[in-house]
Design a binder for this molecule. Structure first.
Ligand code: SAM
Length: 305
């Protein structure tokens, strides 16, 4: 299928885990291991690589880019937790939230934890990272991933984020929230389309239910009393789960506004939400993805219920 061809041709992205190593050390190790380093990419075309060549990404400095299907699962750097295999688009939320070392953060729907480990790296493993997920099995995979990544600033809870009390004293210093809720996954080029026309009604109902859940999570995330910034992301290409959810949330929460993201990023949110980012195989050489960053207005209080 078209999707399969696209998936097989996406670059292999490798995020260097700066909790355990540095980009310089990882690059040196990979060079000694037989890969040839071409420096930092400057254009989209530089991410199309052959054989044993690799580059540093032009947007995300801790991201290395290899030819499609380069297999690192048995590689020392992967097994030792020095590198994390994570699509470029899925590195955007933590990078854009950019919490300082020592911050208190909530990762609302966190398993299997790629973005949690990225947040921990950005915070230099200092501060408090409260991570929630409903799915116990995915949480146990996450615990393994975080252990391998050397992350220690986290606290995992097998809990429904919608039932987490924003006014609980343990969250009084939470200033940042990362919200990456369940979505249709329609941006994942490896997933097959569920498009037969008999299923159309089912697809519609599922999207409506997801969008409703996503909006509830987003509204809930904005209720933490000291919140400064919240990043919202999905791996969906449907505006109903993306711009639609964000627009509805902004309408219900006038104390928050969108932050204009990465002016040099080639694909924007649909009008009028062009402050947000979109990603897709053709324009950004990634899976389909959406990111919005909301911030509290200067001096704005929390929403009155
Ligand atoms: N952020 C993760 C990462 O980067 O590895 C991926 C998260 S995945 C898109 C969505 C997660 O939300 C799933 O693991 C699912 O179990 C979890 N989830 C769904 N409903 C939830 C809820 N009400 N509260 C907490 N987690 C929930």
């Amino acid at each position: 299928s078209v999707k399969q061809v696209l998936a097989e041709n996406l670059p292999r992205y490798v995020r260097v885990n700066t909790v355990k190593t540095t980009v310089e050390d990882a690059v040196d190790y990979l060079k000694r291991d037989g890969f040839s380093y071409l420096g930092q990419a400057s254009r989209l075309e530089d991410l199309t690589l052959k054989e044993k060549y690799f580059v540093m990404d032009m947007h995300l400095p801790e991201l290395l880019v290899f030819p499609p299907n380069t297999d690192f699962h048995d590689h020392f750097l992967y097994k030792a937790g020095h590198i994390i295999l994570q699509d470029k688009a899925s590195c955007l939320p933590a990078y854009l939230l950019n919490p300082p070392a020592g911050a208190h953060i909530i990762d609302a729907c966190a398993a299997p934890g790629n973005k949690t480990s990225h947040l921990a790296a950005i915070m230099k493993n200092k501060g408090k990272l409260f991570a929630f997920d409903l799915d116990a099995k995915r949480l146990s995979t996450m615990a393994t991933l975080l252990l391998r990544s050397g992350v220690t600033c986290h606290q995992l809870a097998n809990q429904d984020f919608l039932k987490v009390d924003p006014d609980s004293p343990q969250f009084k210093d939470v200033e940042y929230v990362l919200l990456d809720p369940s979505c249709s996954g329609s941006g994942m080029v490896c997933l097959r389309d569920d498009a037969s026309s008999a299923d159309q009604e089912k697809v519609k109902a599922r999207l409506a239910a997801l969008a409703c859940f996503q909006l509830r999570c987003l509204n809930h995330g904005l209720k933490f009393p000291r919140l400064k910034r919240l990043v919202y992301s999905t791996c969906s290409i449907h505006s109903q789960e993306n711009e639609g959810v964000v627009a509805a949330c902004l309408q219900e929460n006038p104390g928050f506004r969108l932050v204009n993201l990465l002016s040099q990023w080639p694909e924007r949110g649909l009008e009028p939400l062009t402050q947000c980012l979109r990603a897709n195989p053709a324009k950004t050489r990634t899976h389909g993805f959406f990111v919005a960053l909301l911030e509290k207005h200067n001096g704005a209080g929390r929403k009155k219920q």
